[in-house]
Design a protein around this ligand. Structure first.
Ligand SMILES: C[S@@+](CC[C@H](N)C(=O)[O-])C[C@H]1O[C@@H](n2cnc3c(N)ncnc32)[C@H](O)[C@@H]1O
Length: 217
């Protein structure tokens, strides 16, 4: 999967993508990120990319540099690829919906990260295919919302997780009727006054599977 990220702050992605599952996916060429610093597409002498919003207080990312950055990527990859904008107020994600995004985005797409109040609406009207919200609250960072979205997509690329069963048995999976997964235990068998349920120690796989489904929370 290839993701092209337009942002003023590429460095805010570096730490998350340089450890654990994300790093392993990048090192194994299962996933690639390309960063485009929005200021590089500004015509302004000081590389500014924002302007005062009409009719309201605050600054907004201007249409020109964003449009140049998106067109640059289309030309670079020689095709029109989906464009995603993170927004607190559009298509609210849940596990079921996000599974569809995996198909829709078709292995290569652009994520626009803005800054200040918002981005010029005309970029959304003209270029954006999907406005994605990670939930009904407002973060101060587009980059953080984008990382949540990307994490999910990468986690679901075949071979990123070595144990495929962890994907199938995640909370909200189809197998678990979109419910939260069962409780899990490890050694010791008794911790303080709490014991591991007997059935999990029995070695009876059929009964253990039944127990899992009976104990979804
Ligand atoms: C400070 S907010 C801008 C708030 C904007 N004035 C509004 O009321 O929607 C910064 C940006 O981070 C991203 N963001 C914040 N919360 C988000 C969420 N829950 N889901 C997706 N993106 C979010 C959006 O792109 C948002 O525009």
């Amino acid at each position: 999967m290839k993701i092209h990220i337009i942002t003023i702050f590429p460095e805010s992605f570096f730490s998350y993508f340089s450890s654990s599952i994300m790093k392993r996916a990048i090192d194994s060429d299962l996933f690639e990120i390309n960063y485009y610093k929005l200021n590089d597409f500004s015509n302004d002498n000081f590389k500014r990319v924002d302007s005062k919003a009409y009719g309201m207080h605050g600054q907004v990312i201007s249409a020109e540099p964003l449009s140049k950055a998106i067109d640059f990527i289309f030309q670079k990859v020689w095709k029109k690829i989906p464009v995603v904008y993170m927004s607190p107020s559009w298509d609210l994600l849940n596990q079921e919906k996000i599974e569809n995004y995996y198909e829709k985005l078709n292995w290569e797409f652009i994520i626009i990260c803005g800054h200040y109040e918002w981005i010029d609406q005309r970029i959304i009207d003209i270029y954006v295919d999907y406005c994605v919200s990670i939930w009904e609250f407002v973060l101060s960072s587009w980059e953080l919302a984008a990382q949540v979205f990307i994490d999910w997509l990468v986690r679901n690329i075949p071979w990123v997780l070595w144990n495929i069963q962890s994907l199938e048995e995640d909370s909200f999976s189809k197998k678990f009727n979109r419910q939260k997964e069962y409780p899990v235990y490890t050694k010791p068998e008794i911790f303080m006054w709490k014991k591991v349920p007997e059935i999990l120690l029995s070695g009876n796989h059929k009964k253990i599977e039944e127990w899992k489904l009976d104990n979804l929370t």
